[in-house]
Design a protein around this ligand. Structure first.
Ligand SMILES: Nc1ncnc2c1ncn2[C@@H]1O[C@H](COP(=O)(O)OP(=O)(O)O)[C@@H](O)[C@H]1O
Ligand SMILES: [Mg+2]
Length: 259
């Protein structure tokens, strides 16, 4: 893959806004972590959140899913104000799934058992549940670890299992926190293809992906937001952000080139 995405979806005329943060600020105790964050993510868009460690990337995801509440401002999902809506209701009403930075799998269970465990929450029919798990195992090429406990898998296999588990809920909003960190180059490419396919197969899906592994993130994002000093220093289409002088100054290393 080159530095920016090879193919983009252009065929959708009217894209609805799926995730919106409206003037969101957040304090942890007396310490302000985010200040006046505005963000809009449309259907079929992969929005990449970049930023140094501790800049608030995970916090943005936690705000969207409802793990933390903003100190001020609003969060809207599919046009609905969910600022005070509990996590379980947001997740269910808006078909949202989060794949956390660490784990996301049940370490003692096998890949297939993990998928079936999540399936039990969402797919009442046993036959259909097994079918769906098998389809995902084959789609993610996880056959070789189907019956292997997660604690024995490689990092890439664990990540793919976590994503496959989350797809058992048929999500339309997919939040991935640092999926590329700690993966070898081959697994990174594999995961990038997996995410690109998820985007292509359902035009209603919207994604937020964070990472400080910026090259890997840039390659699959449609838009980027660069977090630093409590706010988005720059956000917009990938090229605009990576070519922006301020972003280059505050974040990208001097060796980074978009050629
Ligand atoms: N529950 C919490 N209580 C207090 N401070 C927190 C909490 N969660 C995160 N922080 C702080 O908020 C800042 C942003 O954290 P985080 O969103 O995890 O950053 P990133 O994901 O970009 O590394 C950090 O300084 C972190 O220490
Ligand atoms: Mg984080």
């Amino acid at each position: 893959m080159g530095i920016v995405k090879k193919f983009k979806i252009k065929s959708f005329k009217k894209l609805n806004t799926v995730i919106q943060l409206d003037k969101v600020s957040l304090f942890y105790g007396k310490r302000q972590v985010l200040e006046n964050i505005n963000l809009k993510i449309n259907q079929s868009e992969i929005f990449g959140v970049l930023g140094p460690n501790g800049s608030g990337k995970t916090t943005i995801m936690n705000l969207v899913v409802g793990i933390v509440r903003p100190s001020s401002g609003r969060i809207l999902i599919n046009g609905e104000d969910v600022t005070s809506m509990p996590i379980y209701e947001r997740v269910k009403r808006h078909r949202m799934t989060v794949i956390p930075q660490r784990s996301g799998v049940f370490w003692e269970l096998t890949c297939k058992e993990c998928l079936l465990a999540i399936g039990e929450l969402h797919i009442p029919d046993k036959k259909e549940r097994i079918q769906m798990a098998e389809t995902l195992i084959s789609k993610f090429s996880l056959e070789s670890v189907e019956n292997l406990e997660c604690k024995l898998m490689s990092g890439g296999q664990v990540r793919k299992t976590a994503i496959a588990m989350s797809l058992m809920s048929k999500p339309e909003i997919i939040l991935l926190d640092e999926p590329f960190s700690a993966l070898d180059p081959k697994s990174v490419e594999d995961l990038q293809n997996t995410i690109a396919n998820l985007q292509l197969e359902d035009s209603r899906r919207a994604f937020i992906i964070t990472d400080h592994a910026y090259r890997e993130l840039i390659q699959i994002s449609d838009k980027l937001g660069l977090l630093a000093d409590k706010h988005f220093v720059k956000q917009g289409p990938v090229r605009e952000v990576i070519e922006d002088e301020v972003s280059r100054k505050v974040y990208f290393s001097s060796s980074f080139t978009n050629k």
